[in-house]
Design a protein around this ligand. Structure first.
Ligand SMILES: C[S@@+](CC[C@H](N)C(=O)[O-])C[C@H]1O[C@@H](n2cnc3c(N)ncnc32)[C@H](O)[C@@H]1O
Length: 244
């Protein structure tokens, strides 16, 4: 499959085709939000060990009502882009849930969701918060060496986390691991921001290794995926890829 480049076109995260007014409004909201994000960046930086890959300001944002709204209205619609959460099947892996607002929204639409989180504190908090959920299971672990058997999951999703994986090779290892733990025909959906000054400012003291979407088709293909579909614009990218 080809790469669809939307960069430079008047689109925004969450845009629906043909809805010009809606797209403009979404774009304006995202711009306002980005300024809001920048104002959160604090002077004292977090000593960025990979075990705790986010600074405190970033963490606060990812647990906020504003982020929940943006996920629901813009980021998830863009990430799925014509697909549905149901396309991920009945045993889904979420990689890098952080405080778990993505987990909450996905759990509303899925029957079984395993959230794999590297940070032990975040994993424990999310496990505690979702302990009554019949849908969510939280596992502390590293997505570059996953603690799951081969072919376990019907689908996998990874939202706004790949820029926290510190090396290109580690990101490729993560893709290879997703491929390994998916069942044949399993769908992988991923989305993240593209490099920008605002995004970099938010990561003072953090891991900041944004993915260049132009290289994603070949990287996913090298990991063994087929039907790799990459879409991006000036704010973010998404991929849909299938395990053969
Ligand atoms: C920016 S947060 C995104 C949280 C959530 N997906 C969202 O969109 O709100 C990225 C998360 O990925 C986690 N993470 C980073 N590297 C990871 C890895 N190798 N395995 C699992 N989780 C990882 C971080 O600890 C962090 O909680």
């Amino acid at each position: 499959m080809g790469v669809v480049v939307m960069r430079g076109e008047p689109v925004a995260v969450g845009e629906r085709e043909g809805a010009d007014g809606e797209a403009t409004s979404a774009r304006r909201r995202l711009s306002v939000w980005r300024h809001h994000l920048s104002s959160y960046v604090m002077d004292d930086t977090f000593a960025g060990a990979y075990r705790r890959a986010m600074n405190d300001a970033h963490l606060e944002l990812l647990a906020s009502d504003g982020w929940r709204e943006m996920l629901r209205d813009m980021i998830l619609p863009f990430a799925f882009g014509g697909r549905e959460p149901a396309d991920l099947g009945d045993d889904v892996l979420e990689i890098g849930p952080g405080p778990g607002l993505t987990t909450d929204l996905l759990a509303e639409r899925l029957s079984q969701l395993t959230a794999l989180e590297l940070d032990p504190v975040l994993a424990a908090d999310l496990a505690r918060r979702t302990s009554d959920s019949p849908v969510v299971a939280v596992v502390e672990g590293d997505a570059t060496t996953m603690p799951f058997e081969t072919g376990r999951f019907s689908g996998a999703i990874c939202l706004t986390m790949l820029h926290h994986v510190p090396e290109h090779e580690k990101q490729d290892q993560l893709f290879a691991e997703v491929h390994r733990v998916l069942q044949p025909a399993g769908l992988f959906v991923a989305s993240d921001s593209v490099a920008s000054e605002d995004l970099e400012a938010l990561h003072v003291g953090d891991v900041y290794n944004p993915v260049d979407p132009a290289g994603l088709e070949s990287r996913l293909t090298a990991a063994g995926f087929i039907d790799v579909d990459v879409t991006w614009h000036e704010f973010g990218w998404r991929i849909h890829a299938t395990r053969p």
